[in-house]
Design a protein around this ligand. Structure first.
Ligand SMILES: [Mn+2]
Length: 167
């Protein structure tokens, strides 16, 4: 299992608390940007993080790919692909990169869907939720054969019942 969080917007404590909970258990921890922390912050040891539109530190990458449990995971914030308008542009990029899983943030709302056999996951925001679910949240992804289990959790690390998916 691996962990995905995003859009912590200056809340370092929430990043630390999720990292501490999962550092030993998870095969990877991802942060999809808009942390507004320095890229040199030691908190990033053990976390794969990218630049958001609110991160002005040039030490962050716009996107990264990482092999996790035999799957190619692509991570980006999403503003460069206008994810607020849908996943058309990001899906072209993810297909070009041969990703199995494509992570993004930016919209502060949960998204879990498969397009052309690529799993797209937005973990929502751990600091500033928007839209239908007014819950600070992150996502756990488990790989079960050809199926992905995506489980959203609140900051008490409890599963959010309406946000549990098998894709
Ligand atoms: Mn943001």
């Amino acid at each position: 299992m691996f962990v995905v969080m995003s859009d912590s917007h200056y809340d370092r404590d929430v990043v630390q608390s999720i990292k501490s909970k999962y550092l030993n258990e998870a095969t990877a921890i991802f942060h999809c940007g808009d942390s507004e922390l320095p890229s040199s912050d030691e908190i990033w040891q053990g976390i794969t993080v990218v630049a958001g539109n609110c991160d002005y530190d040039s030490g962050y990458h716009d996107f990264l790919t990482q092999e996790v449990e035999g799957k190619k995971v692509l991570i980006t914030h999403g503003h460069l692909f206008y994810v607020g308008l849908g996943l058309d542009r990001y899906s072209y990029f993810a297909e070009e990169k041969n990703a199995d899983i494509a992570l993004f943030g930016h919209i502060h709302q949960p998204v879990a869907q498969k397009i052309n056999n690529i799993l797209y996951v937005n973990p929502g925001s751990v600091a500033q939720p928007r839209g239908k679910y007014d819950i600070k949240m992150y996502a756990i992804i488990e790989i079960e054969g050809e199926e992905f289990k995506v489980s959203y959790r609140n900051l008490q690390h409890e599963p959010i019942p309406e946000l549990q998916f098998r894709l």
